[in-house]
Design a protein around this ligand. Structure first.
Ligand SMILES: Nc1ncnc2c1ncn2[C@@H]1O[C@H](COP(=O)(O)OP(=O)(O)OP(=O)(O)O)[C@@H](O)[C@H]1O
Ligand SMILES: [Mg+2]
Length: 234
């Protein structure tokens, strides 16, 4: 049985600037994403990719339209409701890793658990387990400054997994990495996808998009292609 995790309908986002100017950044976007999918989103700079990811990731709301996440319309959810959904169902990975540089890798991974009242010992145990899962066994007491960029991104991925998310949103996760390290990170996402996590990833690089089965291309706030990755020709 296929299971739809994301469904957006007629989604629009307009930014209103001081002085009364406005910019329509997303224009009537729609698609569905199923649980087992690995989707790449591509498009020129300024086309609206991050704006879309922020809405899908419950960091922002659409101006109009519907967003059904696991069947529930959350287009007009409150900040508090969105924060709860984010904490429980969604993992994020960013281009610049966003780690706390003065805290251990274990602390970085397990930080979200503090807000759930999980005790120190239990947090450490979970961090060790997740670091091992991303290939960083034995690194729990290091600082981010003592490991490579690729390893830092692995830590960020481990952190994104801490609440057993249904979906991981990654906005240019390999943008700061060399080719070989990028491939390793993409293999890790592929593995997580096989384990049942939906992956939605923004990239500028064709080689990175090749790891996804489906490609969505955004052009000036509208979808110009949505289909199998291999059928898309630039
Ligand atoms: N908070 C904001 N307020 C006003 N305008 C914004 C805001 N965020 C983005 N924009 C505008 O919306 C458009 C789309 O931006 P967005 O960041 O979604 O593009 P992108 O496709 O992610 O680009 P890039 O590839 O450079 O990351 C741009 O013109 C940008 O200036
Ligand atoms: Mg962007």
């Amino acid at each position: 049985m296929t299971q739809i995790v994301i469904r957006i309908e007629d989604l629009c986002k307009t930014y209103f600037m001081e002085g009364g100017t406005k910019q329509d950044v997303l224009k009537h976007v729609q698609f569905k994403i199923q649980k087992d999918e690995f989707v790449a989103i591509m498009g020129h700079s300024g086309s609206g990719k991050s704006t879309l990811m922020n809405i899908l990731g419950c960091l922002d709301r659409p101006t109009s339209g519907n967003y059904f996440l696991e069947g529930k319309n959350i287009a007009q959810a409150t900040d508090k409701e969105l924060a709860i959904i984010r904490g429980k169902r969604i993992g994020f990975v960013f281009q610049n890793f966003n780690l706390m540089m003065k805290r251990s890798l274990a602390d970085n991974v397990s930080l979200p658990l503090i807000y759930q009242g999980v005790g120190q010992k239990e947090r450490y145990k979970k961090a060790v387990e997740l670091l091992e899962k991303v290939g960083l066994k034995g690194y729990e007491n290091r600082l981010p400054t003592q490991i490579s960029g690729g390893m830092q991104q692995r830590v960020a991925i481990a952190r994104s997994l801490v609440n057993n998310p249904a979906i991981i949103f990654a906005d240019e996760p390999t943008g700061n990495l060399d080719t070989r390290t990028s491939v390793e990170i993409m293999n890790l996402f592929t593995e997580l996808n096989k384990q049942g996590i939906t992956i939605v990833l923004v990239t500028h690089e064709e080689d990175i998009a090749d790891f996804a089965k489906r490609l969505i291309v955004i052009q000036d706030g509208q979808i110009s292609y949505d289909g199998p990755r291999e059928d898309y020709k630039t």
